[in-house]
Design a binder for this molecule. Structure first.
Ligand SMILES: C[S@@+](CC[C@H](N)C(=O)[O-])C[C@H]1O[C@@H](n2cnc3c(N)ncnc32)[C@H](O)[C@@H]1O
Length: 305
């Protein structure tokens, strides 16, 4: 992220959820509140930005869809990022729901961005203490936006500002109402891409130190091939070019083959590692529209060993 500024990709993923809530039938993931966290002007600007991207990267498709709404629908369904954003949210919240049914009472949202869980799911919030952890600039921006749109911070929701590259997650949790003796569910969606490898390892380590065995972590990642100009798919390459332009370059990918060992070295045990084919099968099969799982993108679940 650019110095001291809130995350533009967090606003971008909120737009993808908001757009999909309005147009995706059936929804891969339904976030009817995302739109409230964007001003009407931001929403319109995002639409225009996506349409410009279609023109720049796929001029032939842009020409084939002279109708603005159809062109936007084509782009949102076929670009890489929306499928990743929607699929990972569904993956993680389904697992969270199961964990809550099994008695988990703490949910830590790492790199929360404009996540609306605490307002969207009062049914689950009633059972949980929720800790939103994010870069201080993004979190301050979100809290200001919540005030502006009249969404009150509910009881049971705690905000902890933290920079994964600089600060210690275990200590930050230690200064809060978080209970290190009680099982917890951590999600870390849309963040690993942007961090150096050392920050990823230290965050995994912090989770395994801060939570008792059996506690869960969900996260998504790009495979290392995404960073190889010869092997990367066109739409992931385009996604990477777009985030460079907003000042948040993707810098890190994982090797799916060594992920289990990498996690184990930090005290976590890999339980699920969904590749694009498995994601397609689970969340996008038989859709009537064009959304489909994105090459190079994986969804994973690990537990504290
Ligand atoms: C693409 S957004 C994802 C937001 C949300 N989890 C989602 O799925 O929509 C990336 C998030 O990572 C956070 N982030 C990026 N680098 C960070 C860092 N070094 N420390 C803390 N948060 C960071 C940003 O503030 C932002 O909220």
């Amino acid at each position: 992220m650019q110095n001291g500024e809130y995350s533009k990709t967090a606003m971008g993923t909120a737009f993808m959820r908001a757009y999909h809530a309005a147009h995706g039938r059936p929804p891969v993931f339904e976030d009817l509140l995302a739109r409230r966290l964007l001003t009407p002007e931001e929403y319109r600007e995002s639409e225009a930005r996506h349409l410009r991207a279609l023109q720049v990267f796929h001029p032939e498709q842009a020409a084939a869809y002279p109708d603005r709404a159809a062109a936007l629908a084509y782009w949102m369904q076929n670009a890489g990022a929306p499928a990743i954003v929607l699929g990972r949210a569904r993956f993680s919240e389904e697992l969270l729901e199961r964990a809550v049914q099994q008695g988990v009472r703490q949910y830590v949202i790492l790199g929360a961005g404009m996540d609306t869980f605490a307002w969207r799911r009062p049914d689950l919030l009633a059972h949980l203490e929720v800790f939103e952890i994010d870069h201080p600039a993004t979190q301050a921006h979100k809290r200001q936006r919540l005030r502006e749109v009249g969404l009150e911070e509910p009881e049971g929701l705690h905000f902890l500002p933290l920079d994964f590259s600089l600060d210690n997650l275990t200590k930050a949790l230690g200064r809060s109402a978080y209970d290190p003796q009680a099982p917890a569910f951590f999600s870390w969606l849309g963040v690993t891409y942007y961090l150096p490898w050392e920050a990823i390892l230290s965050t995994w380590r912090a989770i395994s130190e801060a939570a008792p065995p059996g506690s869960s972590l969900t996260f998504d990642y790009l495979d290392a091939a995404a960073y190889d100009p010869v092997r990367v798919s066109r739409r992931v390459q385009i996604m990477m070019e777009i985030v460079v332009r907003v000042g948040e370059p993707m810098i890190t990918g994982f090797d799916p083959e060594t992920l289990a060992a990498d996690l184990a070295s930090e005290g976590l045990s890999l339980q699920e590692n969904l590749d694009p084919a498995a994601i397609q099968e689970r969340f996008f099969a038989a859709r009537p529209d064009g959304y489909h799982a994105c090459e190079h993108a994986y969804f994973a679940r690990a537990v504290v060993a």
